[in-house]
Design a protein around this ligand. Sequence first.
Ligand code: MFK
Length: 552
Amino acid sequence: MFQQTPPELGNQFDDDSVLRSYLNRVLPDEVRGEIEPDLRTMGELAGGELYDLCLEDRLNEPVLINWDAWGERVDRIQVTEVWRRAERIAAEHGLIATAYDQRHGPLSRVHQFALAYLFTPSNDMYSCPLAMTDGATRILLDSGNQELIDRAVPHLTSRDPAQFWTAGQWMTELTGGSDVGLSETVATQDAEGRWRLSGRKWFTSAITSQMALTLGRPVGNGPGGRGLALFYVNTRDEDGRPNHLRVERLKDKLGTRKLPTAELTLEETPAELVMEAANGVRNITPLLNITRLWNSVTAISYMRRGLALAEDYARKRVAFGATLAEKPLHAETMAEQEAEFMAAFHFTFAVVELMGRVEAGTGDETDAQLLRLLTPIVKLLTGKQAMAVVSEVIESFGGAGYVEDTGLPALLRDAQVLPIWEGTTNVLALDTLRALHKVGGLEVFTDRMDALAAPIREPGLAGIARSARTAVNHAERWLFQAMDLGQPAVERGARHFAITLGRAMEAALLAHHAQWSLDHEQDSRAWAAAMRFARHGVDQIVDAIPGEPKME
Ligand code: MFK
């Protein structure tokens, strides 16, 4: 009787020609020699033991235990087996420490995010607390608050699982996850001058963390994000009990179900100011910019995982007399997905490089401006690409992709969070406009595109770089026209504008890498991907049509 062989994963570093070719280009030989063994170990774990564990542990979910047997309120979260393993691995492999040890200077971020990219699709979203831990570390280090730095940073960046802490980020309230300035949490000072927070936090991931950064409004402050202040909270008291807070329930979410996301009530929770007693939204944005980059790394890692499984399956699955891999239409469909993934990969890691240079102090003002401008764009675009690619991956398995115990549906459900949390597509499209205003226009962007195009000699690739540049010119013209029409016209087109910039940058980066790969590896795969990506469409600008009727 026929028995289908399931898809399997090999070492996820060795099997990933996109990652390896990229590292060949950006890392000096001695750095690559030092980093590669680390990545290979992570690739082995991710494609082997951890992947198997994720499948075995598929039905387990975290449990909130509010009361102990003797009636004491404990609000303990029992996490899954994968999470317990992931916590150890994260510390031991320096998923946070690598970025802050700065062993490889500006390339430390490439090292860290390459590890995160390999680890994430096999850790049941443990990367969420890691992302927030990374962001909190950055904020504390830049805050100048030496007491908090000394207390928390050695734990957040520890490689010892017994010492390692994660950090939560409690921003979302019932009033909204996007319009954070509406937050209602009140900050008061008690008789000893200690700050205490009272309010409800409506969506807090991950509630297992030892500390959190959160926002509260000091009494007497005005409305909006300026009236909020950024606070540090120890989630547990010295006896391990919840620190004047209640974990009301865990969220019943569409995906990321292994990640304990909770509703909290803060009951005069002791808190410490991280910086000033105002401008909380502005002061927490460095954290958001880091978690947004983690979001993109997660997006490309999910695309890669889906494609790795689909490719293996296509070599095994026989239909209509041949393997799926040999079927021209199947192969072309998957090649188009691979092209989207490759473009998203190069975009994400280009922003990782920028972050590395800015943090290490080796970048210039242009790098800082590009980092600010590209962060919302890369987050919004890769989140959308992940959904589209993972959906095609599911379809490529036929009915098997729709069946839970293959583990495949969870990929799609988890990917759906990527365009939502850390700023929805529309919020980030508007942030792109805000960033553009801050950096003073598109010059930094177009200069970078021109620099990417300069070494390209292969005529097809040069054509791709040129048409990407033309798309950016179109986007710029649209923006000026929309500004003449007024703010609503600008906002209406912001999504198409941001996506066009993003796809143009992806096309330029992919074409640039393709030329390098032709020259140095005699490999034409990135070239083929660039052609497919460009055919899929870069320019998404919709010009205003005079007299066009309204929908409403
Ligand atoms: C595994 C993958 C990793 C994922 C981890 C996920 C776990 C986390 C779960 C969550 O916590 S999800 C919650 C995430 N929440 C958001 O992402 C909030 C989305 N909303 C926004 O981003 C809004 O744009 C924002 C709250 C920032 C708007 O608020 P306001 O009060 O209208 O802000 P405003 O006045 O525009 O900006 C205030 C200041 O911050 C301005 O600076 P100035 O005061 O100097 O003028 C802005 O320029 C600055 N700013 C805003 N966004 C910035 C920024 N600066 C740098 N970078 C940014 N992104």
